[in-house]
Design a protein around this ligand. Structure first.
Ligand code: GAR
Length: 221
């Protein structure tokens, strides 16, 4: 099969940008065939902007406060991404809901990561909500963005144990470590043409046949 060209990513951030960093690192290690022609933040103080600059990646701040509607904001974001020939949009800690304008500009070509095992605990407090609910296993989800909050077809998930003395911060840190593994992996699957959306499901072509071992928490003794 012919080698596919690197996929052009447009990364949207609002803050720390550790997932952006994981994607950059994966590209630099040669694991992920991708380029990042643009990183867009809706906040000028997002720490992720400095990470991008450090790697020579162009950045743009598009402050949502400057727009009267979500659609107008999304139109400007979409035009900025198109001007850079972006194929796949990567939301990485981007704390804005996308409207139909972005979804129509990039149909089935927007990914997001969430720090919960969807469909449980959507929204902005995944780890806190998991602790408050008392679940024993939490995790993260990379999915195709659709209309609705954290509702699109799921590509890959990773599970981590919730410990009895976990704070929100400790659990979030354990989860984000896994996001740093599965987000570049999901992008790689896309780049290799191995993802096929079928209704709510995403079929992953040529996934390893043997299943991973189960996490049981607390451990069986
Ligand atoms: C990630 O853990 C991501 O799942 C979460 O924000 C963090 C961003 O970290 N996103 C959401 O809660 C969206 N619903 P980062 O800025 O270091 O990549």
């Amino acid at each position: 099969m012919a080698e596919r060209p690197p996929v052009k990513l447009g990364v949207l951030i609002s803050g720390r940008g550790s997932n952006l960093q994981a994607i950059i690192d994966s590209i630099e290690r040669g694991e992920l065939k991708a380029e990042i022609p643009i990183v867009i933040s809706n906040r000028a103080d997002a720490a992720g902007l400095a990470r991008a600059n450090k790697h020579g990646i162009a950045t743009e701040v598009i402050d949502h406060h400057g727009f009267s509607t979500r659609e107008e904001f999304d139109g400007t974001v979409a035009n900025t991404l198109k001007a850079k020939s972006v194929e796949l949009v990567i939301c990485a800690g981007f704390m804005r809901l996308l409207s139909h304008v972005m979804l129509e500009a990039f149909p089935e070509r927007i990914l997001n990561t969430h720090n919960a095992l969807l469909p449980a605990f959507p929204g902005i407090h995944g780890p806190r909500d998991a602790i408050e609910h008392g679940v024993k296993i939490a995790g993260c989800t990379v999915f195709f963005v659709s209309e609705g909050v954290d509702t699109g077809p799921i590509i890959v998930q990773a599970a981590v144990p919730v410990m009895p003395d976990d704070s929100e911060e400790r659990l979030a840190a354990r989860i984000v470590e896994q996001e740093h593994r599965i987000y570049p992996y999901a992008i790689k699957l896309y780049q290799e043409g191995r993802l096929e959306i079928s209704g709510r499901k995403v079929n992953v072509r040529d996934a390893p046949a043997e299943p991973p071992t189960a996490i049981v928490n607390p451990p069986l003794r």
